[in-house]
Design a protein around this ligand. Sequence first.
Ligand SMILES: NC(=O)c1ccc[n+]([C@@H]2O[C@H](COP(=O)([O-])OP(=O)(O)OC[C@H]3O[C@@H](n4cnc5c(N)ncnc54)[C@H](OP(=O)(O)O)[C@@H]3O)[C@@H](O)[C@H]2O)c1
Length: 246
Amino acid sequence: MSRIEGKIALVTGANRGIGRAFVEELLAAGIDKVYATARNPETLKDLVALGQGRVVPFALDVTNPKNIKDAAELDTNISVLINNAGIASFEGLIDAKNIDRAREEMETNYFGVLNMTRSFAPVLGANGGGTIVNIASIAAHVNFPILGSYSASKAAVHSLVQGVRAELASQGTLVVGVYPGPVDTSMSEKLPMDKASPKDVVRAILKGVEAGEEEIYPDPASLELHLGLLSDPNAVQKQVAEMLPE
Ligand SMILES: NC(=O)c1ccc[n+]([C@@H]2O[C@H](COP(=O)([O-])OP(=O)(O)OC[C@H]3O[C@@H](n4cnc5c(N)ncnc54)[C@H](OP(=O)(O)O)[C@@H]3O)[C@@H](O)[C@H]2O)c1
């Protein structure tokens, strides 16, 4: 049975970038309803129009516990959670003026995902287990110094995914870690390299979800780095170490 068609999903950071592509591709894949959430729901108007009744906007800042509690009480039939919202500061660990942005990255990218997952686990459990898709990054597996503190926050997400997967196995939840390379969104505009399109990346992710995959490398760059890390992790680390903060 499909994990998407006929189901009800909630997407964080749905107003732009990869999150927006998720809403569009979930609709194309036959989702019954998708709660498109954003810090400012005004930014979701065209997605709501596109959904013709299947896209429901909701205000959700993943660093706000009250927003998260309200989101988890929205609909007892939600069975697909897409933890997509994230921020990247493009600062090094030493190069940064202070650690304020590093803390913000942890609050959004790690504690946001942790709080969302803890709040939605019982909802998904009551619906036969469901699926949690966590958008980490290939930077979860090797630190990119140009994004040093971001990489650390995504490594924390990878560890979270492993722990949550173990804890929710008994309720039948598929807990997916996604490790993209550069994707063409405003987050990556400073990266001077080829980037995958958000649409292609999301299609690859949904294909992996339907196949029940727990780890997804959804674009050519992430797959190449993944294979490199399996065969020669030190060589990959040396290669990305050349990407220093400006
Ligand atoms: N682009 C890449 O190259 C790339 C590669 C690997 C992984 N990723 C990951 O993919 C995910 C999506 O990134 P993207 O490329 O689509 O970036 P993006 O275009 O910058 O979009 C980020 C989204 O996250 C939302 N967001 C940020 N902080 C939030 C918060 N506290 N609460 C709720 N929403 C929040 C933003 O909302 P606002 O509009 O309100 O700011 C926006 O919708 C992130 O987790 C990112 O780390 C991206």
